[in-house]
Design a protein. Structure first.
Length: 433
C-alpha cells in the first residue's frame, strides 16, 4: 500500500504545482495554423455558404468566420475541422459584404484572415413580403405568402382604430412552413376596415407594412338543433345498418359504423352535437377494432357556405392524444342539397356528387403525432386544445352544402380502445348562402 500512497502524493503535488494560470488557459501550439483556401461562395436568400479547402495542418482545430451585416451588427460562426464550409447569415438586405475567415489552433491562436466577399440574395422575410396577400374571410382576414426557405418568420397583424387612427395589434402568427396561410378573426362583418401586416425574421429585421382595406364576411355557428344523422347505403327495412359488423369485414363503400355502448353510458350519434363538450361519457364512440377509414354523415338541416369546423376529442384522459382521438380527418360536402337524403350518391370518389372540403391533421400542440404513453403526459398547451378543440379551416367552395361526410382515416390509438373513433363534439361555422 505504501508505494501506491507515494505515487498518489506525487501526482497531487504535480497538479497543485501547475497553478491556476496553467489550468484555466488553453494548451497547444502557440503557432498560428495555415490558412484555408476559399473554393466557392454560394449565395442564397439572406445568407451565403463559403466553401474552402482545409490546410494539411495538424495544428488546425476549427475555422471561424466574422462578418458585419448591413445594420452594423457583427456576427461570427465557427466550423469544425471536419467540415469544408461555413454559413454566414443574418443579412437584412441584398448587397456585398466582407467576411474574414480565420484558422484557429488548439491553443486558440488565430491565423491571418482570409477575406472573401459574399453577396446574399433577397432575405426570406422580404421574399415573403413580396408575395404577401391580404384578403377578406369570415369575420376577419386571410393572409397568404410563400416562405420557400422555411425561415422562422413572425407576422404581426394590425387593425386601424377608426376613431383615433391608431394601428392596434390584433395578433401575431409564427411559422417555419414554406406555404404560409393564417386567419385573423373576431372583426365586425360587412364593414370596410383598414388592416396591416408586417413580417419579422429571427434577426429582428422588419418588412415595410402592407396595408389593405377589407370587409370581413359574416359568419355564425350553425344551429345544431337542425342536425340529423344520415344513414347512407346498406340499409335494411327497419333502418339499421347491414351487413352485420361481426368480424368487422365491411365493403369499401360502407359509410356507417355501429355505435359502441356500455351499461349506464350515453353513447350515440347525436352526442356529436349535443353541446356536452366536457362530458367524458356523452360522446360519439364507434365499436373497437372496426376497420379504417370510418365515416359518418350529417344533415345540417339547411344550406350553408361553410368556413371552418371545430372537433373536440372525448373528454376522457385515457383518450386524449391516445386511443380513439382522431388524428387524420377528411371532410366532404354533397352537391345535392335537397330534402331527401336517399338522393345522395354513395361513391365518395364521384367529384360530381361530393366535394372535398379538406384533409386535416389533428396534431398535439408541438405539431407531433406520437401518442402519449400515459394519461397524464399532456402539456398545458395540449390541454388548451382539449378545451378549445381542433379548429380547421375548410376549403373555399362556390356552392353551399347541406350534407357533410366526415371520414376518420386514423386515430392516435395507443393501447386503449384501438380501432374505435371517439369524438366529444363537432361544430360547424359559415353563413347562409
Amino acid at each position: 500500500m505504501k508505494p501506491i500512497k507515494t505515487a498518489l502524493f506525487i501526482v497531487l503535488t504535480i497538479l497543485y504545482s501547475c497553478g491556476d494560470d496553467q489550468v484555466n488557459n488553453p494548451t497547444g501550439s502557440t503557432e498560428a495554423p495555415l490558412q484555408v483556401k476559399v473554393t466557392e461562395v454560394k449565395n442564397i436568400s439572406g445568407a451565403s455558404i463559403i466553401y474552402y479547402d482545409r490546410p494539411n495542418d495538424e495544428n488546425l482545430q476549427y475555422v471561424k468566420a466574422i462578418w458585419t451585416t448591413d445594420d452594423g451588427l457583427e456576427y461570427n460562426q465557427t466550423a469544425s475541422f471536419y467540415t469544408d464550409s461555413v454559413l454566414v447569415d443574418g443579412f437584412g438586405e441584398e448587397g456585398s459584404f466582407k467576411v474574414k475567415l480565420y484558422s484557429v489552433s488548439h491553443g486558440q491562436v488565430f491565423s491571418e484572415p482570409v477575406e472573401v466577399t459574399v453577396s446574399p440574395m433577397r432575405p426570406p422575410y422580404l421574399v415573403a413580403y413580396d408575395n404577401l396577400q391580404i384578403m377578406p374571410t369570415f369575420m376577419g382576414i386571410r393572409v397568404t405568402t410563400e416562405n420557400e426557405t422555411g425561415a422562422k418568420l413572425a407576422f404581426r397583424t394590425f387593425r386601424q382604430d377608426e376613431a383615433t387612427g391608431e394601428w392596434v395589434e390584433v395578433g401575431t402568427y409564427y411559422t417555419v412552413n414554406s406555404g404560409v396561410e393564417y386567419f385573423n378573426r373576431g372583426h365586425e362583418p360587412d364593414i370596410d376596415q383598414n388592416f396591416r401586416v408586417q413580417i419579422r425574421d429571427r434577426w429582428g429585421h422588419w418588412s415595410p407594412p402592407k396595408d389593405t382595406v377589407c370587409s370581413p364576411w359574416f359568419e355564425m355557428e350553425l344551429p345544431k338543433d337542425l342536425f340529423k344523422e344520415v344513414a347512407l347505403c346498406n340499409l335494411s327495412g327497419d333502418g339499421s345498418y347491414v351487413p352485420d359488423q361481426t368480424g368487422y369485414t365491411l365493403p369499401s363503400n360502407f359509410w356507417g359504423h355501429k355505435m359502441h355502448s356500455w351499461s349506464g353510458s350515453a353513447v350515440s350519434f347525436d352526442r356529436l352535437f349535443d353541446g356536452a363538450v366536457g362530458s367524458s361519457s356523452q360522446c360519439y364512440h364507434t365499436k373497437p377494432l372496426a376497420p379504417f377509414p370510418q365515416h359518418f354523415t350529417i344533415d345540417l338541416g339547411d344550406q350553408y357556405n361553410l368556413s371552418r369546423f371545430v372537433l373536440w376529442p372525448r373528454s376522457e384522459p385515457a383518450n386524449q392524444f391516445r386511443g380513439g382521438h382522431p388524428q387524420i380527418v377528411r371532410l366532404f360536402g354533397a352537391t345535392y342539397n335537397g330534402d331527401n337524403p336517399s338522393e345522395l350518391q354513395d361513391d365518395i370518389n364521384d367529384s360530381k356528387a361530393w366535394l372535398e372540403l379538406g384533409l386535416f391533421y389533428l396534431s398535439k400542440a408541438d405539431g407531433s403525432f406520437d401518442p402519449y404513453p400515459g394519461t397524464n403526459d399532456r402539456t398545458a398547451e395540449d390541454n388548451e386544445i382539449i378545451a378549445n378543440g381542433h379548429e380547421m379551416t375548410l376549403n373555399s367552395i362556390d356552392q353551399p352544402v347541406r350534407y357533410i361526410r366526415v371520414q376518420v382515416i386514423k386515430c392516435f390509438a395507443a393501447s386503449v380502445h384501438a380501432g374505435a373513433v371517439q369524438i366529444g363534439e363537432i361544430s360547424f361555422f359559415g353563413a347562409n348562402k
